[in-house]
Design a protein around this ligand. Structure first.
Ligand code: ADP
Ligand code: MG
Length: 702
């Protein structure tokens, strides 16, 4: 297309803008073109479509527009209390208008003795309605019926306001822009059969109505349409990415379930799988048997049993003659996995190794050789596993544990390890609300394990304030004396946060006074320690040499100490919900009754109170994640912070869940029916995608 759209015109060419304001709009609001302004949506609207009578005003009146004459006014008070008070009269009553500034200027206006249209917020003073600093317009200039549309008010900045572009003045610019825009600039981009079925406002009209709607009703319809468009296009793009990947990545075929898997399943599986585990396993089997690469995100709440699912998948790979690797975020966790898996596999003819930063040179050389020659089928480790030096004979499956932040770059590294990219399973215990997962990870397939193995004792969570610390410690002592281990957690130490470091040290001293060293052994772990020291302190706790772990949040991820049955979280009001839930997941992993005690100060903010309340009320990670999303908004949820996918202008992942589900459904339906988006009825969509090319993954399919 060479007849470029007016939407691309530089903003200073718009009537009422010019070079100076143009510059400000670019700097302050990132508005460069007519199109950018069109996509700068109003914050709210002022309803001046109605003209009321003064007698209509009652104690519920908020903003109102009335029409009348002003015959009397006077200046009252002196100094700061100086004000201009006027009486607006219509045939039903009187309304007092007040100005604290600009009295001279207003008086000049009033002297013209015209009929005024007055708009503002009503307040009551001695039971009498009053309006201060109302907006005034000459009634004769305005349609007698009031304005034909709601007036938009836009987001703006202090600097723009100073230059004559306040929230309302930006509206004047949009008002100048709208008549210039035609269907050619904003062609429909949602296939008409969806527009019809869903009763969506057509695109061009929706853009008009979101800025200058004839009524609230029209505004709501426009909003609904444009939100749906945002969500739908995002889902279409996810589908294109996924399909592109499937088509272009030949996947390794795991087409047989063989001896290793079957023998393990029948003879060595230490428990029956939960329904959720079976379901996920089935999904993995289907994924890996299609000849496409698997890219699956597995979300399972803490303790839901992801490891065994991973192991079974690794056995499946081995049965088909492929190697697999499993990556953990820390050395400790890698060790734990290695020990656990080795134990489970000890009677099977599979070789498994561990490879981490601390693997000794000689052993490392040996392992690298075995991997390259294919003598070893499985390797567990840290990121050391994907270093360039590590070569596999035929890597078929990579499992990434506890880090949904495992990025694109790291994935690419994996791909370079094999001619055909290995299947990837990313496991996380940080539940992500469904809406978020659908948008942030919409291009991945994902599974949810929302069921805990049977027989788990739910963790009892209680809230205590500081003054009860003594009692809490006494309770903890009885638990230790029964042979249990405990955690005491302090808020994260950041390099800069000297305070929290001191808190931790003080806390450590305090714990020691309750649990004297000659009787009790304490490990302390924090982020300022050298790695080796941290790991050593951790190891001593894991092995049971110490009974008490005083720590910052560094132990957050994955550690499994089934004998630890109590967790005390100090200053728990300082933690976010997801983090509290993650931490709590460190207890309740054994057969003993477990406790999580949330200590806080006396005074709590509303949000903190809410968080503590939820924690005490439920152990369900998904419920907690939803609540977290509600309290903090999507931008702040762990692991998705950088995701551009969440930058919707209009749609909200909290309030528009149903619409998101619908958008997903419709997008999938379309792609299923017309993978290349080439059918006649989908041409509008295709054209739109081409017009935003570069921002899409479109190139992969066309
Ligand atoms: P997570 O999902 O947090 O990684 P794990 O895989 O570490 O959970 O499992 C937690 C504990 O539950 C382990 O001790 C594991 O052996 C046990 N477990 C896993 N699946 C089952 C099951 N189906 N029945 C009973 N116990 C199970
Ligand atoms: Mg785990």
């Amino acid at each position: 297309m060479n007849n470029s759209s007016i939407l691309e015109s530089p903003i200073e060419y718009l009537k009422g803008v010019g070079p100076l304001k143009g510059d400000m709009l670019r700097k302050e609001l990132n508005i460069h073109t007519f199109g950018d302004l069109l996509n700068h949506f109003p914050l709210r609207h002022i309803d001046r479509t109605q003209i009321n009578f003064i007698a209509d005003i009652n104690s519920n009146t908020d903003f109102i527009q009335v029409r009348g004459h002003i015959d009397e006014w006077q200046v009252l008070g002196v100094g700061r209390a100086k004000r201009l008070v006027a009486q607006l009269k219509d045939r039903t009553g009187n309304l007092e208008l007040v100005w604290f500034q600009g009295a001279n200027w207003i008086e000049k206006l009033l002297e013209r003795r015209l009929e005024w249209l007055v708009y503002g917020k009503v307040s009551f003073f001695n039971n009498k309605p009053q309006m201060s600093h109302p907006e005034m317009e000459i009634a004769a200039d305005i349609n007698a019926e009031g304005k034909p549309f709601l007036e938009p008010i836009y987001p703006t900045t202090e600097k723009l306001k100073a230059r004559g572009l306040n929230g309302r003045q930006i509206g004047k610019l949009v008002y100048n822009l709208l008549p210039q825009i035609s269907l050619k600039d904003l062609p429909e981009n949602i296939p008409l059969y969806f527009v019809d079925t869903l009763k969506l406002t057509p695109r061009l009209k929706a853009y008009g109505d979101i800025h200058y709607p004839p009524s609230q009703e029209y505004y709501q319809q426009a909003l609904r349409r444009l939100k749906f468009e945002e969500l739908f296009i995002a889902q279409i793009r996810h589908n294109i990415t996924r399909i592109g990947r499937n088509r272009h990545s030949k996947g390794i075929l795991f087409d047989s379930v063989g001896d290793l898997f079957n023998t393990f399943y029948e003879k060595y599986l230490p428990f029956t799988l939960t329904g959720a585990q079976k379901r996920v396993l089935k999904e993995i089997r289907q994924d890996t048997a299609r000849g496409h690469q698997m890219n699956r995100l597995l979300q399972g709440d803490v303790g839901s049993g992801k490891t065994i699912v991973a192991l079974l998948a690794m056995l499946l790979a081995a049965d088909n003659g492929y190697q697999s690797c499993m990556m953990a975020p820390t050395e400790i966790l890698a060790q734990q996995h290695f020990q656990g898996l080795s134990e489970l596999l000890k009677d099977l003819p599979v070789e498994i190794r561990i490879l981490t930063g601390s693997t000794k040179v000689k052993a490392r050389r040996q392992i690298l050789k075995e991997l390259e020659e294919g003598e070893v089928q499985m390797v567990v480790g840290t990121h050391a596993v994907i270093e360039d030096k590590v070569k596999f004979r035929n890597l078929g499956l990579a499992i990434v544990d506890e880090q949904h932040r495992f990025g694109v770059a790291q994935r690419a590294k994996l791909w370079s390890k094999a001619a055909i990219p290995p299947h990837v399973l990313v496991m996380t215990a940080t539940p992500i609300p469904r809406t978020l997962a659908m948008t942030a990870y919409g291009d991945l397939d994902y599974s949810v394990m929302d069921e805990l193995p049977p027989g788990r004792q739910p963790i009892t969570t209680i809230h205590r304030t500081d003054i009860h610390r003594m009692k809490v410690m006494e309770f903890v002592r009885t638990e230790i004396d029964k042979g249990r281990q405990i955690y005491v957690i302090y808020p994260l130490i950041e390099e800069s946060e000297k305070m929290s470091y001191e808190d931790l040290m003080q806390g450590y001293e305090q714990v020691k006074t309750y649990f004297p060293e000659h009787k009790y052994k304490i490990s302390m772990v924090h982020g300022r320690q050298p790695v080796e020291q941290k790991e050593e302190n951790m190891r001593r706790f894991v092995s049971g040499e110490t009974e008490i772990m005083v720590s910052t949040t560094v132990i957050e991820v994955g550690v499994n100490v089934p004998n630890a049955s109590v967790m005390i979280i100090e200053s728990s009001e300082k933690f976010g919900l997801s983090q509290l839930h993650q931490l709590r997941g460190r207890v309740g992993r054994g057969t003993e009754k477990s406790y999580c005690i949330l200590l806080t100060g006396q005074k709590l903010s509303g949000d903190a109170r809410e968080r503590i309340k939820i924690m005490c009320a439920t152990n369900d990670g998904f419920k907690i994640a939803e609540k977290d999303l509600e309290l903090r908004g999507p931008g702040e949820i762990e692991g998705t912070r950088q995701s551009g996918a969440l930058n919707f202008k209009l749609a909200s992942l909290i309030n528009d869940r149903e619409m998101l589900e619908a958008a997903k459904l419709y997008a999938e339906r379309l792609i299923e029916d017309d993978e290349n988006i080439e059918k006649q009825e989908n041409v509008p969509l295709k054209n739109y995608l081409l017009s935003i090319k570069g921002k899409t993954a479109w190139s992969k399919i066309s």
